[in-house]
Each structure stands twice: as structure tokens, then as C-alpha cells.
Design a protein around this ligand. Structure first.
Ligand code: AMP
Length: 176
């Protein structure tokens, strides 16, 4: 995929030591602001999962929302937000996931994915894969099936893909 989307990488801005020392933050705002790059990103993710049944597209807070919503629109599927603890107003299902130091919670509304529905999970960046894995667990808790996981950027050197074994994982840009 890298050769196809190599030019896309030029629209990713590396921000060293953000939000904390040692992290190189992958800023996708130049990509989002570029008409061609944004359109390519949405179309490429949709094309990878074309032919799959997708009933819901799940966006992970917050940058995942920006990518997931137009993907849902193109699939003719519903959009579902997966949010950090305490942000969703109604009854939620929760999943804890590990951070470098400590843990955090992701939540989804209990009725967001019906039993048997197929959910495509979308985020901007996959790093350790912990966030994506927790979202897979949320879909399973609701009785849904995971149609796949798509992201713009994969930090391949962190090995996150291994946490999603058995699921189709698509990234447009991979950093080895
Ligand atoms: P992880 O659970 O480690 O795969 O982290 C993925 C989540 O953290 C995604 O929602 C990303 O938006 C965010 N994230 C992790 N690392 C980075 C990074 N280097 N640049 C931008 N976002 C990141």
C-alpha cells in the first residue's frame, strides 16, 4: 500500500515530543486540509473493504470520527462513536485497555451495534494496537461481528497488528 499512497506521507506532519517527551506525534491535519489527500484517504479505505458487509462504522475518539463518518456515508452504513470514559450520555458498555503507564476506558452505547451486525472500526493512527483491540472487545460484548480495522497510519515497529490477529487490518501509510 505504501507505494500507492507514498505521496500521502508528505501530508503527515511529525511533531517530536508531543504530547510528551519521546513521542513523535503524527499530525494528520495537513492531510485533512488537502482536498485530494482527504478524498484519497476516504476512498482508499472504502475500496479496501468493498465487498464486505458493513452495517456500522465505528470511529474512535477523536480523530477517528473525522475519518469514520465519511466512510460510513460511502458504505450507506450508520456511524457509531467510541469514546473515552464519561463522554457518552446513555447506557454504555465499557472496555479497559492498557496504556504505557496505567490504563484507560473506552465506551460505546449499548444499542450502537445490534447482535449480528458487522462493524468496521476506523482510527487515524494504530500504535500499540491497544485502542483498536479494546474496540474489538466492545463490538464482541454487544454481540456484533468485526468487519475489519482501517487506519490512515500504522506505526508498524510497535507491532499493534498482532493484537488484531484474525481480523483484516488495513493501513494506508506504514512506518517500519
Ligand atoms: P494505540 O492504542 O497505542 O494503538 O494508540 C492509538 C491511539 O492513540 C489512536 O487513537 C491515535 O490517535 C493515538 N496515537 C497513538 N500514537 C500516536 C502518534 N504517534 N501520533 C498520533 N496519534 C497517536
Amino acid at each position: 500500500m505504501e507505494s500507492e499512497a507514498g505521496w500521502l506521507k508528505e501530508r503527515i506532519r511529525d511533531i517530536p515530543d508531543f504530547p510528551k517527551p519521546g513521542v513523535v506525534f503524527k499530525d494528520i491535519t495537513p492531510l485533512l486540509a488537502d482536498t485530494e489527500a482527504f478524498r484519497f484517504t476516504i476512498d482508499a479505505l472504502c475500496e479496501h473493504f468493498a465487498g464486505h458487509r458493513v452495517d456500522k462504522v465505528l470511529g474512535i475518539e477523536a480523530r477517528g470520527f473525522i475519518i469514520a463518518a465519511p466512510v460510513a456515508y460511502r458504505f450507506g452504513a450508520g456511524f457509531v462513536p467510541v469514546r473515552k470514559a464519561g463522554k457518552l450520555p446513555w447506557t454504555v458498555e465499557k472496555q479497559e485497555y492498557l496504556l504505557e503507564y496505567g490504563s484507560d476506558l473506552l465506551e460505546i452505547h449499548r444499542d450502537a451495534v445490534a447482535p449480528g451486525e458487522r462493524a468496521l472500526i476506523i482510527d487515524d493512527v494504530m500504535a500499540t494496537g491497544g485502542t483498536a483491540e479494546a474496540t474489538v472487545r466492545l463490538v464482541e460484548k454487544l454481540g456484533g461481528e468485526v468487519a475489519g480495522f482501517g487506519c490512515v497510519i500504522e506505526l508498524g515497529f510497535l507491532g499493534g497488528r498482532a493484537k488484531l490477529a484474525g481480523h483484516e487490518v488495513v493501513s494506508l501509510i506504514e512506518y517500519e
